[in-house]
Design a protein. Sequence first.
Length: 283
Amino acid sequence: MALKLVSRSQWGARAYLTPNGATPYSGPRRGVKLHYLGTPYSDRPHEQCAAYIRQLQAQHMDGNGWSDIGYSFAVCTHGYVHEGRGLKRRNSANGNTTLNEQDYAVLMLVGSTGLTKPTDEQLHGARDAIEYCRKEGPAGDWLGGHRDGYATACPGDSVYAWVQAGAPRPKASTPEEATVALSDDDAKKVAKATLTIDGVIANPNPATAKKNTHISLATAARNIEIVTRRTETRLAALQATVDKLVSLIGSGVDTKTVVAAVEKAIADAVIKVDIDVTGPGAS
Ligand SMILES: [Zn+2]
Ligand SMILES: [Zn+2]
């Protein structure tokens, strides 16, 4: 998953105040701290996310008197990572200067009521942000929440449990499971392919493949079983060949006779399997 970074100009950030807003980190970061909004929040179309981030910035600058939005990055429910103070400028969200120096501050747009659990896209976005901080920051492996070392409920229980678990990417809804049902076209392709396995199996009624996919698939499955049984039988016969050759070593019987006998045994075995499997009443 590629980082979906929204630059300050893309979300329409106001210029930060100097000199405070330009304060760089004095050393590398230990890791990343997660935050949530701590206010009611409801999900909304992504077209409205930039405006929401601008509003947060306004609160921090005009309400708190800060020099910029406090967070390093802010991740919306659509997985976009909005650049706040970014990688180089020290955040002001972790509680005090020491804590701000220590870790990056990544906000997830998750509320105390309303939308209280991050979306899957948002978890991916936050994971992307963490990896970005580690790779480009640099930040160390440490992960935690605002509440670590500071008295606050932030980042809420849901985000905190996730970050405590190592901020894993959400499990993908597995396409294999989601698409168990074959389309008719695919099923026909499978049937056609299996009907010609080994070049020896013929569809007893090719017309059914066109008319009724289920019947043709059942036929195909049975044909695979026949091929499998034939293969097993051939292997068993080959083993018998080896055994027989071993027992005949030194007995004066010539190789041609042995081979002919073994070939006949294999042919007989395969015919027997065909009768067993394809005969009436076989299952
Ligand atoms: Zn916080
Ligand atoms: Zn969004």
